[in-house]
Unconditional design. Structure first.
Length: 220
């Protein structure tokens, strides 16, 4: 067990998938985009996030000044080891500016500025032998101590094997230090709740996954 990235460490790349059907279904329903498209079931889909904007446990995360819809996203993530396989798992917060994301994706590109301002990882990296084989772990999100999400990481439609295969396909392969995000667990973000209780400066966000710990960040 260690910190995902020691001080001064650099993440080579971040691929963030969307592997939870419940999250996709809820998010599309709230935003009026209808049913989950058939293409989603064909193969795991991901986007690249910004490795230069990674925050650790306890770091302050700046709110982009041009968003009024800052969201957390509770995810499980693996870090790739020297052998091209997961070295361990950690908690990931895929911070999202929902209003920016919605506008830019209307043109068929993105997410970009709705996402690339921050990704949090931590508090530690836990090896596979320290976690249940099925990786079905309780996942809880709190904002200022209030529970906003109580879910599990075992509800993935696609297996971790499928995610890794998709990430490495048609590339030289995965590199040590690459981060692979599961995508948001079911009910794992404010968007899914539909109440628009977006984050504001001063809010403390705690994302906890059983067996790994609590990733804490304050919005500034």
């Amino acid at each position: 067990m260690r910190r995902p990235y020691p001080d001064g460490g650099r993440v080579p790349s971040i691929r963030d998938f969307m592997a939870f059907e419940e999250h996709v279904r809820n998010a599309r329903a709230v935003s009026g985009r209808g049913e989950v498209p058939e293409a989603w079931y064909e193969a795991p889909r991901f986007y690249f996030s910004n490795p230069a904007a990674v925050y650790g446990d306890g770091d302050e995360v700046p709110k982009p000044p041009d968003t009024a819809a800052l969201d957390y996203e509770l995810e499980l993530a693996c870090v790739i080891g020297e052998d091209g396989r997961p070295e361990g798992f950690t908690v990931m917060n895929d911070w999202s500016a929902r209003d920016l994301q919605a506008r830019e994706m209307q043109v068929g590109l993105g997410p970009a500025k709705g996402k690339d301002f921050a990704t949090s990882l931590g508090p530690v990296l836990v090896s596979l032998d320290e976690l249940p084989e099925d990786l079905d772990l309780r996942a809880v999100a709190r904002v200022n101590g209030e529970v906003r999400t109580d879910s599990r990481t075992g509800g993935m439609y696609f297996s971790w094997e499928r995610l890794l295969e998709a990430a490495a396909r048609n590339t030289p392969g995965l590199r040590a230090g690459d981060v692979i995000g599961s995508g948001t667990v079911g009910r794992g973000c404010i968007l899914e709740h539909g109440d628009q209780r977006w984050l504001s400066p001063g809010d403390e966000v705690e994302l906890e996954i059983e067996g790994i710990g609590v990733l804490r960040n304050r919005v500034v």
